[in-house]
Structures are given as C-alpha cells and as structure tokens.
Design a protein. Structure first.
Length: 629
C-alpha cells in the first residue's frame, strides 16, 4: 500500500482531523515559561484503542460500525486506522458505497481516503476515476494530488497524460501546479518547463522555487548550471535566494564559494540568504565565514545573522554579541528573546554582567519583554528597587506610559501606591499618557494632584483647559506656586494661544491679570503677531497701560522689527519703563543699527534724550549684554 500513508495523512490534514490535539514535536526537557512564576506542565492523556478482532472472525462492516461508536473523534480515528490492514481491495467499491451512506463526519472522510489509498495501489486509474466523479472538489484536490504525486514517481508520462484529461480546467491547473515539484524529482528540466508556463506570477515564482530546491538536492551540479543560464530578470533574484537557502542546508561552504562568482548585487543577496539559513545550522562556522567578508558588507550581515541565531539559541547569540562593540545595539532584542524563553535564567545571567552599560542594555530588553508578558509582575519588581532610585524612576516612567495606555485604572492604582520620587515620576507620566485618549478625565485628575506630582504634564493639562475653558485655565495656573510646574503650565497656555489669530488671542489675553503669567505669555504672542501684522500689534501696544508685561511685550516687538525698521525698533525700546530691560533692548538695537548705518545710528543717539552715561553704555556696551527676551 505505497500510496496509503501519503493519502491518509494529506486528507487528515485537509479535513482538520489532526488539529491542536496532535503535535508531532520532540518534548522539551523543561517547561516553557512566560514569567518568573512556575507554570504547571500538562501531561497528555492516554487514549485506549478500540479492540480489533482476528482475521478469522473479522467482519469489516461490523468493525467500522464499532469504530464509529467510540466516544470521541481521536478514539474513532485510531480505531478506523487499525482496520486498514484488513481491507480487501476487491471489495473496496462496495465498501465505498456503504461508507458513503454514513452520516457526514471527519471520520467518514478519513475512512474514504484510506479506502481510496488501498484501491489506488491495485488500480490507480479506477481510483482516480472515482475521485474525479466525486462532488466534493476540495477533498478531491487533496487526495488527487497525493495519488498523482506517487504515480509520477513510477510513471511520470502516464500520470501527466491522465492529468490532461481532468476537468474542470481550474481543478486540473491547481493540481498541476502542486505536482511540478514532484516532477522535479524525476525530471527537473520538464518540471521547470511546466512551471515557466504558469500564468499567475506569484504561483509561478513559488512553484519554480520549490522545484529548484528539489533539483538542487537531487543533482547540485545540473541545478546550478541551469540557474547560471537562467536570465529571467523578474524571477532570478527570488530564485537565487531559494537556491542559496536550500544549498545552505546541506553544503553551505559550496554555496559560499559559488556566491563569490556572482555579480556584486547578486553576491550580496546570496550572502544574506546563506547567512540567514546557515546560522540556524552551525552558528560558529557562519560567524567565522561572515567575519572574513568585506567590512562594508559583513557588519549588517552579522547583525541580521545574530537576530536569526537568537530565534534558536538567544543565550548563545547574546554571549557572542556581548563582546562585540558593533553589536551592542542588538543586546536589547537578544535579552528580550532570552527572557521570553527563560525569565529566571535570563535575570540571573544579566546579574553576572560586570559592564554597567552592557548590563543596562540587556536589562532594557528584559524589561520591555517583561511588560509585554506580565506588566503587573514587572511593576512589582519596580517597587522593590527603592535602593536604586535612579533606575527605579527610569523604569517607573517607562512602565507607567505603557500601562496607562492599556489599563488606566490599574496604572492609576499602582501609581498611587508609590511614594517619593517614584510617585512623582509615575503621576506625571500617567497624566501625560491619559491625556492622549481622555483629556477631560486626565485634566480633572491632574488638577487635583499636588503640583510637584503633576510635573511637566501641567503643560498638557493647561493646553486642554485653554481650549475648553480659558478663564478656568488662567485661574488654575495663577494658583500654582511659582516654579517649574507653573512654567510648564504657562507654556501649555502659550502654545495654544500662539495658534490663534490675532483678534481671538487678544480677547483671551485681556482676561489675564497683570502679573508673572502675563509677563511670561505676552513676548511670544507679540513676536507671532508682529510677524503677521506689525501695524495692528503696534496699535494694540500703544493702548496698554504702563506695566511690566507691557515692557516685556515692547522688548519683544522691538526685537522682531529690528531687521525691517531699526529706527522704529529703537524708538519703541526707548519707551520701555524698566531701566534694565530698556538698556538691554536699546543696546541690542543700537548694535544692529551701527552695523547697518553707523552715521544714522549716531545721529539718532545724539537726539535721543538719553543721559551721557546711557549714551556711553550704548556706544561701549559690556560684553555680557544679552538680547532682549
């Protein structure tokens, strides 16, 4: 029954019988973990097989009935499989008709596939004819492909001739495309000829790649000779990658030698494909080979190979990268993969690293992965870092930003449980992130925090308030204590007002009482307005009563128009009431004027009405003079 196992397995996968409950994989020596916590190991159930009678008292119909009465699909499948050796090919057509009467089920479909497999061993054409006439085209395609794949191995010509008679054409073309790699095992030239005729470009590329891989494994010299002569520009690059990748699985050094004969573009592609595959088979030989490549190419190739290596053995990849200066930026990703595989071992290993910079990079990757796997556990770890407040604050900021985006309630509860600098850092980050998706809620929360906990997030709270309730924003900012938090809030107010047009902003500015807030806000607004309409700005300034905020605004106005009207700038500077600010503004203006037109500047100074001492200071300003705000 040479076709039986192929057909049965193909049909079983197609029908979904071999689902998650069947995993053909060598068991690991230790359980996988997703966090430092111990995870229980699940043991597979032992499923008893249904009894099968001896051949002397064997009744196939009765055995089928008993098999289908088993309590679950896995036991039914096992029982049906054990019936296969008892099948009599002479009775298969009759048995097929009996099985077809059974209610639809996966087990029924599987048994049909088994029966067809036995039939194909004895009379493949009869079996194929039955399949062709069956209405379930999806299952037909799977079983037909398996049967024809085996037939091709013994009589390629007959199999292809039969395939040509298959209808509809769509089914024939689909099966034909799947069979070409099998044809490559017996006649690779014919396979490539057939593949080149496929109309769909993606299918054509895939089939030709698969066929070339089969050919290369069977007869490397002829496969390489064919590829060397292959000149299809649309496919050559992808075919080269397939060729080198397959070659690397059994003779990477020969593939490396061949790559040196290619042109520069193809050589780089070949090196990338070769290193990506070879590193998963023999990392030490791959790295050794890569280090001997030209430096302008080896750097990126080694980095990419390390990433691929880490998928198989992240610890070994990290150990190698640790001592390579050019690979330090890879440590974050490597440690993340290590932690994902074995958290406890990774934390222990990183703890043994002496270099603080390398240790920090490694831990950065660990913490990023930890937050992905179990953010609550990562948060608990951060709480325990009170002995290292600098690192604790860094991690608090990172963790709060992520947690607040995913679960604002849990993040808030955690942040409120902190104390000292960690709490201040957490609260500031919390409000800033919260503002991204719930400005009203974040602003209400932030306004009730002590100013020191609000921190730089005062900027975003103020911005929100200014857009929605300007007077409330002004009142709130004015009540904040002078210092960094109030300055941050003022910046938020200012950034919103500078986006407004002149008339709208004026209405809001007039609501701000004289004081530090007005003094800090006006200069930047005046500079913006002057650039838009210097005349209207000057008119507004003229209407303002003498005050520190007006002085600050005039200094800003004078500095803005100095390039276009230096005399006007000097006159405005002269009107500033604050002595020090006036002197600074005049000194800046007069210096520019002297460079442009020293005679006119001197004439203005002589008639300015300034005292002799003031004139002297302008003519010989101290070296520490600063430009006006």
């Amino acid at each position: 029954m040479k076709f039986l196992w192929i057909i049965g397995l193909a049909a079983s996968f197609a029908l979904g019988i071999f689902g998650p409950q069947l995993v053909f994989k060598t068991p690991s020596t230790k359980p996988a973990t997703s966090s430092p916590k111990t995870i229980a190991t699940l043991k597979p159930k032992t499923i008893p097989l249904a009894p099968v009678r001896t051949r002397s008292n064997f009744n196939l119909q009765e055995e089928i009935k008993l098999a289908l009465e088993q309590p679950d699909s896995w036991q039914r499948l096992n029982a049906l499989t054990r019936l296969v050796p008892f099948l009599d090919s002479q009775k298969i057509p009759t048995l097929l008709s009996e099985v077809e009467k059974l209610p639809p089920s996966k087990e029924k479909d599987f048994l049909l596939a088994q029966l067809i497999g036995v039939w194909a061993d004895q009379d493949i054409k009869a079996a194929l004819k039955y399949l062709e006439s069956d209405s379930d085209r999806k299952q037909n395609a799977e079983i037909l492909t398996s049967v024809l794949a085996s037939w091709i191995q013994t009589d390629t010509k007959a199999a292809l001739e039969w395939l040509e008679t298959l209808k509809p054409a769509s089914l024939r073309d689909s099966i034909s495309n799947k069979l070409i790699p099998y044809i490559a095992e017996v006649d690779p030239v014919k396979a490539m000829e057939l593949a080149s005729g496929i109309k769909d470009s993606r299918t054509k590329r895939r089939v030709m790649q698969d066929s070339l891989k089969v050919w290369l494994k069977k007869d490397p010299p002829s496969a390489i000779a064919w590829f060397t002569a292959f000149q299809d520009d649309n496919l050559r690059s992808s075919m080269l990658r397939a060729l080198i990748s397959q070659w690397a699985t059994f003779d990477p050094k020969a593939a490396a030698d061949y790559s040196m004969k290619l042109n520069e573009k193809e050589r780089l592609e070949a090196w990338a494909s070769l290193s990506s595959k070879w590193i998963t088979i023999n990392p030490s030989d791959t790295i050794e080979w890569l280090t001997h490549l030209p430096k302008e190419s080896s750097g990126k190739l080694i980095k990419d190979a390390i990433v691929k290596w880490s998928e198989r053995d992240p610890m070994a990849a990290a150990q190698y990268a640790l001592d390579k200066a050019e690979l330090q930026d890879s440590l974050i990703n490597l440690s993340a993969k290590m932690f994902q595989r074995d958290p406890d071992a990774t934390l222990h290993w990183v703890g043994t690293i002496g270099d603080p910079k390398k240790k920090a990079l490694l831990f950065d990757g660990i913490f990023n992965q930890w937050m992905q796997q179990d953010i609550a556990a990562a948060a608990q770890y951060v709480v325990g870092l009170s002995a290292d407040p600098e690192q604790q604050q860094q991690l608090v900021s990172k963790l709060t930003t992520k947690w607040a985006s995913e679960d604002i309630q849990s993040a808030t509860t955690w942040a409120q449980s902190l104390s000292g600098p960690a709490r201040i850092s957490a609260m500031s980050q919390l409000v800033s992130r919260w503002m991204k998706f719930d400005e009203a809620g974040a602003a209400a929360f932030g306004m009730n925090l002590p100013p020191e906990e609000l921190g730089n997030s005062a900027h975003t709270v103020a911005s929100y308030l200014v857009r929605n309730d300007p007077q409330r924003a002004i009142d709130w900012i004015s009540k904040l204590p002078e210092g960094p938090v109030q300055t941050s809030a003022i910046d938020g107010l200012r950034s919103e007002w500078t986006r407004m047009n002149f008339a709208s902003a004026l209405l809001l500015v007039d609501q701000v009482p004289e004081g530090p807030i007005r003094v800090q806000i006006l200069p930047s607004l005046i500079r913006k307005w002057t650039g838009e309409d210097a005349y209207e700005t000057s008119v507004w300034l003229s209407t303002q009563s003498p005050s520190p905020s007006k002085d600050a605004a005039i200094a800003a106005f004078s500095g803005k128009i100095i390039s276009s009207d230096v005399e006007g700038a000097a006159q405005w500077a002269l009107s500033i009431q604050d002595t020090n600010l006036r002197q600074q503004s005049l000194a800046s203006t007069f210096s520019v004027w002297m460079k442009k037109d020293s005679k006119a500047a001197q004439t203005w100074l002589d008639s300015s009405g300034l005292s002799t001492e003031q004139k002297s200071l302008l003519q010989s300003p101290p070296q520490t003079n600063k430009a006006p705000p």
